[in-house]
Design a protein around this ligand. Structure first.
Ligand code: GAL
Ligand code: ZN
Length: 666
């Protein structure tokens, strides 16, 4: 781990090459006045840095870095592998990616590249080496961003010959013999056996159906390929720039690459936060979703993170979203800080006049004259920065963890079973209810140590291994509280249905249940009654028909042919308890269920608040900073424990729209 990024809290994504040089100093001055301490540059500027093969031109960049440096602004350099130039693509058309339909994707957007192609990798390595050598000793450069949003625009890429043979090698390493590959994928079905690894295809669209096991390996391979592609860049930068940090801008729950893996060799994780999304109509309604993005980013390395792109205006390419209202950009940026961002870099400095993103607005409008957004963010930085200096490194602490697994997600994408069942969606249903109650949540990988958490929620543990099973047993036996759901223990690690015992496999012992039958709730909700209540609540999408083998029923079904049988159960095991939820609880049922569990388990809320008000805490050496942020369009109220003293804001307990209050404990 390298580099020093302490003391840096605000930045902006800057593209000096889009503007005349005479303007640069004005930009630097305006940035300095606003409190900007760092810029990210060059992540799409390959052609500007190598206009002709082998002829590097870094002078313009060095000049921009030095000029910004004069104003106290440091630089993070992006490696430009997200935008290979036309000369390269023309010379080697085979670096263009081929999608699953077999179509070559052309030059003209970005990320028109094949990440396995050896020629492309060679050119990337040459570029990164040249950049790293040139800027290693530059006093104003502090770190690097690899590429840009790996996986973005790579959705159904790449199935070219190079990717095919790389996939074959990956499979050979994993399975060693073609017989074990055939067994793992169940290739006896529809005569899909291979006689040799060289026969394996990269999965183009088929006439009908796909092999779920092959598709799972393909998705994992694509993720590993990106991790490997990045690693080559990391190796070069570490060699030449041992004093610089390296990071990458991730995208929350985006699925193309396993972000736990991608972040392992990076110094800290970054996320790009766009509450307005891709042109959202009512961007103030997804605060829980935005919070989840931040919490998962913190989970990638279990440490504080940066926002490398924070929305700073209207989002838009061909069409546009709503204008962020006065105060809204600050509330969003404040939320990032509240969840553990030690620095927030705003995207972008000035709205560009050309290209795809002319309407993805920056801090400055097209004219370059500072306006409403500049003023607002300047005020925000002025207020927030002194506090950020104090709580730098302080982490949110959670008693609840939600397990997140890319493998589970991939398997559920391949076979959602119910058309609307979705792994991330399911996780967010649990998250949202906790969020509404101001209960902080960590997202954890299933290989992590759960023992520090009072409650672990593990939805859709669809693929099961003996090791993971054992982990859940040990956690509960040792006093943990575990919530498992429907579709747990259905398949083995290869995405093949397990047949050695009834669902949910050995975990049935932990939960004190057995599932002999189930119902996929197509176009119907099932009625559910919590024990000792006459009120009818609803479950959706799925109903496990549960036989108790010792578990107590928490709620029974109240409709369908299984009315009167358990829908939700709990079982004491060792020093802990395992809850099993056989359906997707709709909002009211989710509310009752989590109220019951968090109370039984003794999980604490940070305080009471109106629905649109969020409470969150960052903690360091016994000192706590509590944030109350109102995302609503109306005044919002909240109550926090007496130990907290208001240090930012005027009227404790009452927030104007988009206002942020900050407290410390005494
Ligand atoms: C991000 C990306 C930026 C820019 C922005 C707006 O996903 O990293 O380069 O494209 O979105 O579209
Ligand atoms: Zn390829």
């Amino acid at each position: 781990m390298a580099g020093n990024w302490k003391g840096i809290h605000f930045g902006t994504d800057y593209y000096p090459e889009h503007w005349p040089r005479e303007r640069w100093e004005t930009d630097a001055k305006l940035m300095q006045e606003m409190g900007i301490q760092v810029v990210r540059m060059a992540e799409f500027s390959w052609h500007k840095m190598e206009p002709v093969e082998g002829e590097f031109d870094f002078d313009w960049l060095e000049e921009a870095i030095a000029l910004l440096g004069k104003y106290g602004i440091k630089t993070i350099l992006g490696t430009p592998s997200a935008a290979p130039p036309a000369w390269l693509v023309n010379k080697y058309p085979e670096i263009l990616p081929i999608d699953r339909q077999g179509r070559v994707r052309g030059f003209g957007g970005r990320h028109h590249d094949c990440q396995s192609n050896p020629t492309y990798r060679k050119y990337v390595a040459t570029m990164v080496t040249a950049m790293a050598k040139r800027f290693a000793e530059n006093p104003d450069v502090i770190g690097w961003q690899t590429d840009n949003e790996f996986g973005n625009s790579h959705g159904d890429l790449c199935t070219c010959d190079s990717c095919r043979s790389t996939f074959q090698k990956w499979l050979k390493k994993k399975y060693e013999t073609v017989e074990s590959l055939n067994a793992a994928w169940g290739n006896h079905f529809w005569s899909q056996e291979y006689n040799d690894f060289s026969e394996v295809f990269a999965p183009r669209i088929t006439v009908t159906g796909e092999n779920p096991s092959a598709m799972l390996d393909w998705k994992c391979f694509c993720s590993d390929l990106i991790v490997d592609f990045q690693q080559k860049q990391i190796d070069i930068i570490r060699e030449y720039c041992p004093n610089h940090f390296i990071t990458h801008n991730c995208m929350g729950f985006a699925d193309k690459v396993n972000y736990f893996d991608l972040n392992r060799e990076l110094d800290f994780a970054c996320h790009d936060q766009y509450p307005g999304g891709f042109y959202a109509i009512m961007p103030h309604e997804n605060n829980y979703d935005m919070a989840a993005n931040l919490d998962i980013t913190r989970g990638f390395k279990k440490q504080n993170f940066w926002i490398m792109e924070q929305q700073s205006g209207i989002t838009g390419w061909e069409i546009m979203g709503r204008a962020p209202r006065p105060g809204q950009l600050s509330a969003w940026a404040g939320q990032s800080v509240a969840h553990g961002a030690d620095a927030v870099v705003f995207f972008r400095w000035r709205t560009c006049t050309a290209g795809t993103e002319q309407y993805w607005h920056g801090i400055l409008p097209h004219s370059g004259n500072p306006g409403r957004r500049y003023q607002e963010l300047k005020d925000f930085i002025g207020k927030m920065k002194p506090h950020m200096e104090q709580f730098e490194g302080a982490m949110p602490k959670s008693e609840v963890a939600i397990v997140f697994s890319y493998r589970q997600e991939y398997a559920m994408q391949i076979q959602p079973q119910h058309p609307d069942l979705n792994y991330v969606g399911q996780i967010k249903k649990y998250y949202k209810e906790l969020y509404k109650n101001n209960i902080p949540v960590d997202f954890v990988e299933d290989t992590e140590d759960f023992s520090g958490y009072k409650l672990v929620i593990a939805p859709l543990q669809y693929l099961m291994t003996p090791e993971l099973e054992q982990k859940y047993f040990d956690y509960v036996a040792g006093g943990g509280h575990l919530l498992l759901t429907m579709r747990t223990g259905v398949k083995d690690a290869n995405n093949i249905c397990m047949s050695d015992r009834e669902l949910p496999g050995r975990l049935g012992e932990l939960c004190g249940i057995e599932i002999l039958d189930y119902d996929c709730l197509r176009d119907v909700d099932v009625q559910v009654r919590m024990n000792e209540s006459e009120e009818t609540l609803l479950g959706a999408k799925w109903a496990d028909i549960i036989t108790s083998k010792g578990a107590k029923s928490v709620a029974d079904y109240a409709s369908e042919f299984y009315a009167g049988t358990p829908c939700i159960t709990k079982n004491v095991y060792g020093d802990g308890k395992a809850y099993y939820v056989g359906t997707e609880p709709k909002e009211e049922l989710m509310k009752r269920l989590l109220a019951l569990i968090t109370e039984e388990v003794g999980v604490k809320s940070l305080g009471w608040s109106d629905e649109e008000v969020e409470l969150s805490v960052r903690e360091k050496e016994g000192k706590k900073w509590l944030f109350a942020i109102n995302f609503g369009l109306e005044e919002g109220c909240y109550q926090v424990p007496k130990e907290y003293k208001l240090i930012l804001g005027s009227e404790a307990g009452v927030l104007k729209p988009f206002e942020i209050h900050l407290y410390v404990n005494e």
